[in-house]
Design a protein around this ligand. Structure first.
Ligand code: UDP
Ligand code: MG
Length: 320
């Protein structure tokens, strides 16, 4: 029987913590009752430097339910992606399979069972995907969907409408731990791990209590980080803009020369306008090219694993 760890990053979640703990303990009990997970499965709360009573509540939950509730306290606020990473890396040596979920219970805890079923059918990563976003405000919905579109345009492989509600097997967590980069964008990393994956669908609910810890500023930072960590396309876009402007400089030259010979110009205008277009284009190309090399250096210094071997078939020979 496999041991499940439910990893929950928490930042200033005093209003929801006890509710979340209760709901998730119920999920564990149900799954244990149905013989789908090990009796020693647990919830791992990661306190991401909360400034409220979150940690005291986690300690209290742990005191009352020592077997089922565990906690990790980070020394300061590092943000959702890093808090979740800390949780997954802590959990990976203590469980066989993990499910990550937000503390606010916006993601449907009832599909965890479906995730576990898919895991038993051989999936290593199961994505929780939102069916629709009725409960999100118009603003959040459009910005979030714009985010997935821009990511796709930039060539970053992500699962559409999947946030960080996901099941990972132990070997998927182990492979994930090999990604040593410090700019983490989990939704971009997970699809590069490989293995068999699947999705479960659910309707996203309202926050149980408290308010969003992801204001627009943090969302933009996440989007920018996602793009810049996975794509050097912005650089090549700059370079291509340079090429287009350089081509335009030919048209500008024709126009400037015609104006010059028809004598309708102020002295000096022709040479000025020609230099502006030509040099502008050239400069953009040069900047873009430098950027592309920096992009390569950036990708190299991440030291990402280049592949993930799943199985090796070989005949075992007797030891010499
Ligand atoms: N969170 C975190 N650190 C932060 C911000 C958020 O650990 O700096 C956690 C938060 O407690 C929650 C999850 O990340 O469990 C998602 O945050 P939230 O629900 O506020 O985001 P939203 O659903 O509004 O996008
Ligand atoms: Mg939320």
């Amino acid at each position: 029987m496999d041991k499940l760890a439910i990893v929950v990053p928490c930042y200033n979640e005093e209003e929801v913590l006890e509710i979340a703990s209760k709901a998730l303990r119920q999920v564990l009990d149900d799954l244990i009752g149905k013989n789908k997970i090990h009796r020693e499965s647990f919830i791992l709360f990661v306190n991401d430097g909360s400034r409220d009573r979150t940690w005291e509540l986690i300690e209290k939950e742990h005191r009352e339910h020592p077997a089922q509730v565990r906690g990790v306290k980070l020394a300061g606020n590092v943000g959702h992606q890093y808090a979740l990473t800390a949780g997954l890396i802590t959990a990976k040596d203590r469980c066989d399979v993990s499910v990550s979920i937000d503390a606010d219970l916006q993601d449907d805890v009832d599909v965890i069972e479906e995730m576990i079923d898919k895991y038993h059918q051989g999936c290593d990563i199961v994505y929780g995907v939102r069916r629709e976003r009725k409960t999100d405000t118009f603003f959040k919905r459009t910005t979030a969907q714009g985010f997935y579109k821009v990511m796709a345009m930039m060539g970053v492989k992500t699962v559409y409408n999947h946030a960080d509600f996901r099941l990972m097997s132990r070997r998927a967590m182990e492979q994930f731990a090999l990604y040593k980069e410090s700019n983490l964008f989990l939704r971009g990393i997970m699809p590069t791990i490989g293995y068999r994956t699947d999705s479960v669908y659910y309707d996203r609910k309202e926050r149980v209590a408290g308010e969003s810890k992801y204001p627009l500023k943090k969302m933009l930072a996440l989007a920018f980080n996602g793009i810049s960590s996975f794509s050097v396309k912005p650089m090549s876009m700059i370079m291509w803009a340079g090429v287009v402007i350089l081509l335009c400089s030919v048209l500008a030259a024709v126009y400037a020369l015609i104006s010059y010979f028809t004598g309708q110009v102020v002295p000096g205008w022709t040479s000025l306008i020609l230099s502006i277009w030509f040099l502008g284009g050239l400069q953009l190309i040069a900047t873009g090219m430098v950027g592309l090399y920096i992009g390569k250096i950036y990708m190299e210094v991440k030291h990402r694993p280049r592949y993930n071997i799943e199985t090796v078939l070989e005949k075992k020979t007797d030891e010499l």
